[in-house]
Design a protein around this ligand. Structure first.
Ligand code: GLY
Length: 391
């Protein structure tokens, strides 16, 4: 099924196609900085992205895949070969990283790294190196699955370190496993992805649809211990981007399984979001804050939520709650394009302003974020054409 937002909200058509033009022009302008093919925008400082090497032994980031992801989206939007050529160089670099096992085994964010960089490349151009790299990454991610507790373990630097927990961010890593199951016919990838999704909902989602960021499990019994936070305001708060990962992850999980229970979980998580949005539909960095607060926004959460709802609209267009969500997504798209998008003429890097990476750690506050840029671009493409998801 396809769902193209602008066909239902034609008043957005011109605005969003202008926004795509603006975004692709910014990418074209900034590509020279990353032309070597082994450099990526990761963290933002002094009005610019710091260019990092994907396989640098000191590099612990999780964001590098979002740069080639933006290039692939820009290639789809414009057909400009320059985007494809640089993204293809990035594929070779991502292959090198996984082949050399450079920060792969301990990394819990392999889906974030390898889906937008390599699954995309394989889907769009049949690049076999990209397919191989993504499958190797999926294998490595699958090794983090813990049968005792049924989840993909996060936050440990060694596979077996006794830091027995999962995080809601992993909801966007498991699509790599769903994809690998489809590509290889290896059912265990799908079983692990689904088990992780169900464990996340069972323990990390509260009665009101909000979620804990981290969830600590009992290593001996595999039972739940307690929810915690790292990037949220408090253990009992609802970190906006974490909630966004859950909304989008559930939409993708539903697409892969068509399990009606997942649709119900999606509604619960999304209802909370939609009932707690500020007036301009771009959340503060944690849902404990609302209109009138001086706290910063996290525009990346808005972009991720929009993608999640647009994904679900493809699979469940007739659902009674969908029209209400889509009316709000239309407002989110307008708000991002008008008030949060970077404008080419101001010269700064990044596509989407006012993101917040990790407020408690004092990292990336009220700045562009490479994943905010990526999901903003993805939301624009999803809203304006029938798009085949990389996730
Ligand atoms: N690691 C994912 C995030 O910070 O949202």
């Amino acid at each position: 099924m396809s769902y193209v937002l602008v066909e239902h909200y034609p008043e957005l058509k011109l605005m969003l196609s202008d926004a795509i033009k603006e975004a692709t022009d910014i990418l074209k302008r900034d590509m020279v900085k990353y032309a070597s093919g082994d450099l990526y925008p990761a963290r933002y400082a002094n009005g610019k992205y710091v260019a990092v090497k994907n396989a640098d032994p000191l590099c612990y980031y999780w964001e590098e895949g979002f740069w080639p992801g933006q290039l692939w989206l820009a290639y789809e939007a414009t057909g400009d070969e320059a985007f494809r050529k640089l993204a293809d160089k990035n594929v070779d670099d991502f292959y090198k990283r996984v082949d050399e096992n450079n920060h792969i085994d301990w990394h819990h964010d392999l889906g974030f790294l390898y889906t937008p960089s390599c699954v995309s490349a394989y889907m769009l151009t049949g690049n076999e190196t990209a397919k191989k790299a993504a499958l190797m990454a999926a294998y490595s991610l699958s090794r983090r699955f813990r049968p005792r507790g049924q989840f993909i373990q996060s936050m440990s630097f060694e596979l077996d370190e006794p830091n027995y927990k999962f995080i809601v961010d992993t909801m966007l890593n498991i699509p790599l496993l769903f994809w690998a199951a489809k590509e290889t016919g290896e059912e265990s990838y799908r079983q692990k992805a689904l088990a992780h999704l169900n464990t996340t909902v069972k323990y990390a989602m509260r009665e009101d649809g909000t979620t804990y960021h981290h969830f600590l499990m009992d290593e001996k019994t595999g039972g739940p211990i307690k929810g915690q936070t790292w990037q949220g305001d408090g253990d009992e708060s609802c970190w906006s981007r974490g909630q966004a990962w859950v909304v989008y992850g559930l939409a993708l999980g539903y697409g892969y399984t068509k399990d009606e229970k997942i649709l119900g979980h999606f509604k619960k998580a999304t209802d909370y979001v939609m009932n707690h949005m500020p007036e301009d539909f771009v959340p503060y960095w944690d849902f404990v804050y609302s209109d009138g607060s001086e706290e910063p926004r996290d525009s990346s959460a808005a972009a991720i939520i929009a993608c999640g709802i647009l994904e679900m609209a493809k699979h469940a267009p007739e659902c009674d709650f969908m029209k209400g969500y889509l009316d709000k997504v239309a407002k989110m798209m307008r708000s991002m394009a008008v008030s949060y998008a970077n404008k080419l003429k101001n010269g700064t890097e990044g596509l989407l302003l006012h993101g917040t990476d990790a407020k408690p750690q004092g990292e990336g506050i009220d700045v562009p974020l490479s994943f905010g840029d990526y999901f903003y671009m993805e939301s624009l493409i999803r809203a304006t054409r029938d798009w085949k998801s990389y996730w």
